[in-house]
Design a protein around this ligand. Structure first.
Ligand SMILES: [Zn+2]
Ligand SMILES: [Zn+2]
Length: 188
């Protein structure tokens, strides 16, 4: 069975070189749905706590919220960095508190201190799904990702292999020692 969660990300981007309005910088509220598939964890009678899916995903994906997403070869990138530098906000600001980890994958690199994500490919809804899967596939048994933004929407299904070890008392992932980081349950 599947548990899923949905949340919004507000971001600015553009489709570099695209022959249409989207080649200009603009913004969206994008809606992301992540479906997690596993056996039903008998102790709590759920696949996975939805708020926990959201917590794991948001920890990384908050880097995309109120962020600018630019392709690595976009000439706006050095211009933006220069402007942020001159303004003294490139390396952070006291009110930039929604800062996630500095991730770097094949597809995207986050600069959380200035709310910027640099991507290898154009960040279409399809591109975002690839980035999200790559970032979260080791932490969650992702069966499907759906992303919609403006009039654009896409989804991708994935084959899930194996069960994740979850706490029978609170449902969250056990750590490598078989201990629940939340309630202290120990697997025998
Ligand atoms: Zn757009
Ligand atoms: Zn627990």
């Amino acid at each position: 069975m599947r548990s899923f969660t949905t949340f919004d990300l507000q971001y600015a981007h553009r489709f570099l070189g695209f022959k249409g309005e989207a080649q200009y910088l603009h913004g969206h509220t994008g809606t992301l749905t992540i479906e997690v598939e596993d056996t039903i964890n008998k102790g709590v009678n759920m696949v996975f706590p939805c708020n926990e899916i959201k917590k794991i995903a948001w920890n990384v994906l908050k880097n995309f919220d109120h962020a600018l997403v630019l392709r690595e070869d976009d000439p706006l990138l050095p211009a933006i960095l220069k402007a942020y530098e001159e303004q003294g906000i490139k390396d952070g600001a006291p009110n930039n508190v929604m800062v996630g980890p500095k991730f770097e994958t094949e597809l995207a690199k986050a600069y959380p201190e200035c709310r910027l994500v640099v991507t290898k490919e154009t960040m279409t809804v399809e591109g975002m799904i690839k980035i999200v899967y790559d970032l979260l596939k080791d932490d969650l048994n992702i069966a499907k990702i759906t992303f919609s933004s403006g009039d654009n929407a896409a989804s991708q299904e994935y084959t899930v292999s194996g069960e994740k070890d979850r706490c029978p008392l609170c449902g969250i992932l056990l750590d490598e020692n078989g201990t629940c980081p939340k309630c202290g349950y120990k697997k025998h």
